[in-house]
Design a protein around this ligand. Structure first.
Ligand code: ITT
Length: 193
């Protein structure tokens, strides 16, 4: 089955394709002629995932899904959360975001954090939400070069290395996004897709 994924993030695309497997082919907004940035202006992950999926569904008339993800750090009251992409600057500057996170956690003893993904699926005009969470901790310097975003600073519970020190397959064993995508896949199968 072909399904449209409302993302401009190539890493997300790769991770999600690996979880869904060869039974699904992810189609990008660009392939459907949508080249502008997809708006995400809401104050919650649910709101943003929903806005992105509705935007693409309105533009194309096709079934589609979107993922919005945030890193929620306990000692920072859940920040950067829904503001994870633009934590340090107005752009998607991963290095600056990571520097700011380390600065804001200087001296913190509680370094617990979780990644949370919300997926909004629009199928036959109806919306369905799926959530995936992984708990872990923020270390005090970047380790590893795989993945993207905050991956070099996050060690999931039960592991002794960061997401950025894992292959896509390893990250997908426990990640927030993979957990949400497995729920999405189960739903699509149950809907006969
Ligand atoms: P799209 O909206 O085009 O899908 P995005 O990069 O803007 O891509 P999000 O808004 O969902 O994606 O993610 C917000 C930020 O959270 C993202 O820019 C990263 O800094 C971070 N992030 C998301 N998923 C992550 C992951 O699996 N590992 C590390 N950081 C992640």
């Amino acid at each position: 089955m072909n399904i449209l994924f409302a993302t401009n993030n190539a890493h997300k695309l790769m991770e999600v394709q690996a979880v869904l497997g060869p039974g699904f082919r992810l189609v990008t907004p660009r392939e459907c002629g949508v080249t502008e940035e997809i708006p995400e202006e809401q104050q919650t992950l649910e709101g943003n995932a929903s806005q992105k999926a509705h935007y693409l569904n309105d533009r194309t008339g096709l079934d589609c899904f979107a993922d919005d993800t945030g890193l929620e750090v306990k000692a920072l009251g859940g920040a950067p959360g829904v503001h994870s992409a633009r934590y340090a600057t107005d752009g998607h500057d991963f290095a600056a975001n990571n520097r700011l996170l380390l600065k804001n956690l200087e001296g913190a003893t509680d370094r617990r954090a979780q990644f949370r993904t919300v997926i909004s699926l629009i199928l036959n005009g109806e919306e369905h939400l799926f959530e995936g969470v992984v708990e872990g901790r923020i270390i005090d310097r970047e380790e590893g070069h795989e993945g993207f975003g905050y991956d070099p600073l996050f060690i999931p519970d039960g592991y002794d290395k960061t997401f950025a020190q894992m292959s896509t397959e390893e990250k997908n064993e426990v990640s927030h996004r993979a957990r949400a995508v497995r729920k999405l896949a189960a739903y699509l199968h149950s809907a006969g897709k």
